[in-house]
Design a protein around this ligand. Structure first.
Ligand SMILES: C[S@@+](CC[C@H](N)C(=O)[O-])C[C@H]1O[C@@H](n2cnc3c(N)ncnc32)[C@H](O)[C@@H]1O
Length: 294
């Protein structure tokens, strides 16, 4: 695992990018959404055109570093769908799915339009065919409109309504990293269940996974447990420290093992998701990581 404290634009080129035996198989792209949030090392209120020009450079550079058939999952707000699709298309990516990730928390009611309840994740590949696409089956609970329980689960579709976001309040639970004072260490922390699905779908054991806007390192935490290699780039030194501490801590709430049962009907699951040799034991005393305030 490599964690690099830098602006990703400085690292995403063949000269600066760390050497691996293989090219990148998968990128999870979860940049700041340019909605005026407070970031210490990022201007989150850029003019639209500037922001999308930057994203275009990022997507183009990732494309260069990716193996033929490799994948990118670009997460954004639904209102930016047209920009995301254009950005991927113009940098050579082939769209495979526009995934709708629905949120569990109540939407803010709109006065002139419907309340917003989902985020998009554009899944695209370098070239027409994915190099890897593992068809995952999940044990989706029976819904009222379904008559019979499924004997062997269902294939995952492009609507992901079974992964809870880490919201700010109580529901964020133990998985959300917190400071000593109980506040969340990073408001945009993605759930491990989301990265588990993405990495399982689009990589094999030993592949290289990239996260150019690594935040709290969720991608690396999951990649490591799945036996994939990873590179995380994060511009803010506080977050970089957070990632290092999180990886070292092996928190119980970061363990993906409890989710294995949900995917048990996936063909060949053992090959995609090797069993851990040692049981994950939390090395931290509580929920906080001491390093966070240091
Ligand atoms: C939406 S958050 C990512 C959250 C992440 N997916 C997680 O699970 O924690 C975006 C992150 O990108 C970082 N960032 C912003 N501009 C960057 C840049 N140019 N290069 C690298 N990281 C950057 C921000 O500091 C922030 O932590």
């Amino acid at each position: 695992m490599k964690i690099i404290n830098e602006n990703c634009l400085e690292i995403l080129n063949p000269q600066a990018f760390p050497r691996f035996e293989k090219q990148i198989a998968l990128t999870f792209l979860d940049p700041p959404f340019n909605q005026g949030k407070e970031y210490d090392f990022f201007e989150d209120a850029l003019p639209q055109s500037e922001y999308w020009e930057m994203m275009q450079v990022v997507c183009g550079r990732i494309h260069q570093l990716t193996s033929e058939g490799g994948a990118i999952y670009f997460m954004q707000r639904e209102k930016n769908t047209e920009f995301v699709l254009r950005c991927l298309r113009e940098t050579g990516w082939t769209l495979q799915n526009l995934i709708v990730w629905t949120k569990r928390t109540s939407a803010v009611p709109g006065t002139t339009r419907f309340g917003k309840q989902y985020q998009i994740i554009a899944f695209a590949t370098k070239g027409k065919r994915p190099r890897v696409f593992n068809r995952l089956r999940i044990d989706l609970p029976l819904r009222p409109e379904h008559k019979y329980p499924r004997d062997a689960g269902v294939f995952v579709t492009d609507v992901w309504d079974d992964i809870r976001e880490l919201t700010s309040g109580y529901f964020a639970g133990d998985e959300a990293l917190r400071l000593e004072n109980g506040e969340r260490a990073h408001k945009q922390q993605a759930p491990i269940a989301l990265l588990l699905r993405i990495i399982l779908s689009s990589t094999r054991v030993g592949d290289v996974v990239l996260d150019p806007f690594a935040g709290t390192g969720t991608t690396l935490i999951v990649a490591k447990q799945l036996g994939r290699d990873g590179v995380g780039i994060e511009v803010d030194p506080k977050n970089t420290k957070l990632i290092q501490a999180r990886i070292a801590a092996e928190r119980v709430s970061d363990a993906i093992e409890p989710l294995r049962e949900y995917y048990r009907y996936t063909p060949n699951l053992a090959a995609l998701w090797p069993s851990p040799e040692i049981e994950l034991v939390s090395k931290t005393a509580g929920k906080q990581l001491a390093l966070l305030d240091g």
